[in-house]
Design a binder for this molecule. Structure first.
Ligand SMILES: [Fe+2]
Ligand SMILES: [Fe+2]
Length: 255
């Protein structure tokens, strides 16, 4: 049920599969001088995650707890980590810190703008704000500049249980996941706005070598091309509906 794999040097994907919803939740531990965890995880998963992380580092030595946006699978367990790691800080964007995290968390966040660099030792991180991509005003992604790993949260969402990392294209699985989500109670999981494509192309220009996805396999390869492909898929699956103004409540303009 819990599985750990190294997806890049000293970057570990700790994944928990929940069969009831056919979904993996992946958390990424960066084992560096100042250990960083990306995705605090659901509060209910904390005991299992803590035990697993204890096999790799002393969890009380964690220094940075990062996540994309304020949602339980991203940061539900944040305070549990802050309690056991006295030197740890939440790491998020400025909007996330000011709107939610500084109220919710037992210690204030280290709020990063695009110009800030967070060094953990050998690794250098930037938080790139990506409002409403995948969702949430506060959303962003974390990019590690030395090895070019992009921690991309819900982007590249895939249902099911998969290899920890693959060099085969994941884009068809991502397309299927979006189509499937739109057909059920998770419709509108990802909004499609006038700047969705711009955000994805901006991330593609970072030329990531590894895409660390929260749900599904991580990807090793031409991450820039994968992001450009995702922009096409999201436009195809989500865009036309938005352009026609169709919502689950009906069609704008009364057509
Ligand atoms: Fe999310
Ligand atoms: Fe998620």
């Amino acid at each position: 049920m819990i599985h750990t794999a190294e997806i890049a040097p000293e970057i570990y994907r700790i994944s928990i599969f929940v069969p009831e919803i056919n979904l993996e939740f992946s958390h990424f531990l960066v084992r560096d001088e100042e250990p960083l965890l990306f995705h605090a995880g659901l509060r209910g998963m904390f005991p299992m995650l803590r035990q697993e992380i204890s096999r790799m580092i002393d969890p009380s030595k964690l220094r940075h707890i990062g996540f994309s946006h304020f949602e339980s699978d991203e940061c539900g367990g944040l305070n549990e980590w802050l309690q056991i790691a006295p030197a740890a800080e939440p790491v998020c964007g400025l909007v996330g810190a000011m709107v939610s995290v500084n109220d919710f968390a037992i210690r204030p966040a280290r709020a990063l703008t695009r110009d800030d660099v967070l060094s953990t030792g050998r690794y250098r991180f930037r938080f790139i704000p990506t409002p409403h991509v995948p969702h949430g005003w506060d959303a962003g992604v974390l990019f590690e500049e030395s090895d070019k790993t992009l921690f991309c949260s819900d982007l590249f969402h895939q249902w099911g249980q998969h290899d920890p990392i693959t060099s085969s294209s994941i884009i068809e699985r991502c397309k299927d996941a979006l189509v499937q989500a739109e057909a059920g109670p998770f419709a509108n999981y990802v909004p499609y706005t006038h700047h969705t494509g711009i955000v994805l192309h901006d991330l593609a220009d970072l030329a990531p070598k590894t895409l660390a996805a929260m749900h599904g396999s991580s990807y090793s390869g031409d991450g820039g091309q994968a992001l450009r492909d995702l922009a096409v898929v999201m436009g195809d699956v989500l865009g036309p509906k938005a352009e026609q103004g169709t919502t689950e409540l009906g069609t704008a303009g009364g057509a």
